[in-house]
Write a new protein. Structure first.
Lengths: 81, 250
């Protein structure tokens, strides 16, 4: 141990503002980076889940509608011709 | 060898293997950083000239090492992407850039703070300081370039080219202290000679450096996986994997 007491440790021999600001900014940045990476990953997982749910909902409920739309498009094309 | 490279280049394979490797690198990073922090802040002896302000070295040097290593990694990834069209390499390069910029900022900030009690100034247009500032701008340029294109492929190629060109700055940073010795002292650590510091000073520094590198690897694995999810969310394997995870949890 390089310091006799905790108060001395905090004081850093008069260099407290320098030591603690350099270490503080570094620690804060690393923690923020980890937090951001976790949130990002979770959000992306949820995004894929939502996408799968949406696509499944569309493919199960909208099958007949798709056919109808397809007919109407074809009909439209025939009208144009 | 080729089969291995192509396997590594497959997002699906990478997603799986990185999930297995990731916890080990996070654990190593946590262990090394906590040990290095306690040792460096509380147990290492104070410098006979600089007193306790020298403890800034334990964040300054690892951040500066990492800032440069990440740029080299980004340039290599860019080269791999350009030559072999391996998408995972580009994804890794994309997630490396913000961490590299962050580490460059930490190196500059901690250096400036350290400079006040040591040199009596927080900034000087010294070669090392200036070349590190250029590195920060290169990182910001790479990040901005990725956002500047509507086509992902154009953005990836532009960012790769800037990384490959910008890597010229790395040897300039390295030799700046020898070529123009103005303010910043030459390397404290070299691979070829014994450290000039006593063991109880350089050992925690070595631990911090390893901790920062583990952190970089762990974060890059994690965020490359996120990037795969972002870019490949329309792929069947991604959807099956993610939905499969949901069913497992139930």
């Amino acid at each position: 141990m390089a310091f006799a007491s905790f108060a001395e440790f905090l004081a850093m021999g008069g260099h407290a503002p320098y030591v603690w600001s350099a270490w503080g900014v570094t620690a804060l940045l690393l923690l923020l980076i980890v937090w951001h990476a976790r949130v990002e990953h979770r959000q992306l997982i949820n995004g894929v889940k939502r996408r799968v749910r949406r696509e499944r909902a569309r493919s199960t409920s909208a099958a007949p509608q798709n056919a109808a739309q397809f007919n109407s498009v074809e009909g439209g094309m025939r009208d144009d011709a | 060898m080729w089969a291995f490279i192509h396997k590594l280049g497959s997002p699906k394979w990478f997603y799986g293997i990185s999930a297995k490797l990731q916890p080990w690198f996070w654990a190593a990073a946590a262990l090394l950083l906590v040990t290095g922090t306690l040792w460096g802040l509380a147990f290492a002896p104070a410098d006979y000239q600089q007193g306790n302000s020298f403890r800034i070295i334990y964040v300054h040097v690892p951040a500066a090492f990492l800032a440069q290593s990440i740029f080299i990694s980004m340039a290599i990834s860019g080269l791999v992407f350009m030559v072999w069209k391996i998408k995972v390499a580009d994804m890794a390069a994309a997630v490396m850039a913000p961490l590299g910029a962050g580490m460059t900022f930490v190196a500059l900030f901690s250096g400036a703070v350290w400079g006040v009690p040591t040199w009596g100034t927080w900034w000087m247009w010294d070669a090392r300081l200036t070349s590190m500032l250029i590195l920060l701008f290169l990182y910001l340029g790479v990040i901005a370039l990725r956002g500047a294109f509507t086509s992902r492929d154009s953005a990836s190629r532009a960012a790769s080219v800037l990384a490959m060109v910008g890597v010229i700055n790395i040897p300039i940073i390295k030799y700046s202290v020898d070529w123009w010795y103005t303010l910043h002292q030459p390397a404290t650590f070299t691979l070829t000679s014994r450290p000039t510091m006593p063991t109880e000073m350089w050992l925690p520094l070595a631990i911090m450096v390893l901790g920062f590198y583990s952190f970089f690897i762990a974060l890059t694995l994690m965020r490359t996986r996120s990037e795969i999810l972002r870019r490949e969310s329309n792929k069947r394997w991604v959807q099956e994997l993610v939905v499969g995870q949901v069913e497992e949890k139930r």
